[in-house]
Write a new protein. Structure first.
Length: 276
């Protein structure tokens, strides 16, 4: 079985220090959390950035500052900026980090309710626009799918040339407004992608570790981190993103799955660095 790629979604756009005091806002806090995840075994950092007061931003300069600071400490880690940003941002605002030519970035494949009156909007034209940008810049999209219909949208847009093979999906499961995080849902999502595609699973809240275990057994990959869940176990806050990654590494060991280094993750995902 392929080695396990662990992605750490260290920050997100919505989770706050009120939820867990270790949620990073400042550049140095973001570096601290990225390093804790990397040291524990993460090869990819899924990155949102904030201003010092915690406000989410897609500002290119802030992304550059954070990426440079992370790379200064852990140069080989794969940085995967978010192009989802936060609910309500415009397309061009969200796309700013792609101007820095990262190896990967997220590509959200549909619109969904995001709690209360919030709608995370990704029309077909938005997905096409983002997909085209990523092809032009050689950025590997992580296809974020919050429901089965979003897999179908990604497959249609692949046929139309807006997404290239090999596809890499991120099943984000358990969001209020998206697909639930049950075993049945996981099997449905997993069975709906092409056989040659790779996937990672990001279980939200209490689904984080059960879904991680399923992906480990199945040969998929795993995302954990404060963006998705702030608890190490029921009622116990994680002290760092690294603690969440350590738990995945322990599970992987129990099931005999080795952990991929960033170089191995680049190979598995066919990132730009290995295609040259
Ligand atoms: N913050 C959410 C609205 C992504 O990173 O691409 C969107 C999100 C997805 O987190
Ligand atoms: Zn995100």
């Amino acid at each position: 079985m392929e080695k396990l790629i662990i992605t750490a979604a260290i920050c997100g756009a919505e989770v706050l220090k009120e939820h867990n005091p270790a949620v990073p806002y400042t550049v140095s806090e973001i570096v601290r959390e990225a390093k804790s995840a990397y040291d524990a075994g993460a090869s990819i950092i899924h990155l949102h950035v904030r201003y010092d007061d915690g406000t989410p931003t897609q500002d290119k300069a802030r992304f550059k500052e954070c990426i440079d600071a992370i790379k200064a400490v852990i140069p080989d880690v794969i940085i995967q900026p978010s192009t989802g940003g936060a609910v309500g941002m415009t397309n061009d605002e969200r796309l700013q980090p792609t101007e820095l030519n990262p190896e990967m970035a997220t590509l959200d494949c549909g619109t969904l309710n995001f709690g209360g009156d919030e709608v995370f909007e990704n029309t077909e034209n938005t997905i096409k626009y983002f997909g085209k940008r990523m092809i032009e810049r050689g950025i590997k999209p992580e296809l974020e799918v919050f429901d089965k219909s979003m897999i179908d949208m990604a497959l249609r847009l692949r046929k139309k040339g807006f997404i290239n093979d090999p596809m890499h999906f991120d099943f984000v499961m358990g969001v209020n407004g998206g697909i639930d995080g049950t075993l049945r849902d996981f099997v449905f999502m997993r069975g709906s992608i092409p056989p040659e595609a790779t996937y990672t699973v990001a279980g939200v809240g209490r689904y984080e570790f059960p879904l991680a275990a399923l992906a480990i057994i199945d040969g998929g990959h795993v995302r954990v981190g404060f963006e998705d869940n702030v608890y190490l176990s029921k009622g116990v806050l994680a002290k760092s993103n690294g603690e969440l990654v350590e738990k995945v590494v322990r599970l992987a060991k129990e099931f005999g799955r080795e952990i991929a280094t960033p170089a191995e993750a680049r190979q598995i995902l066919g990132l730009r660095a290995v295609l040259k």
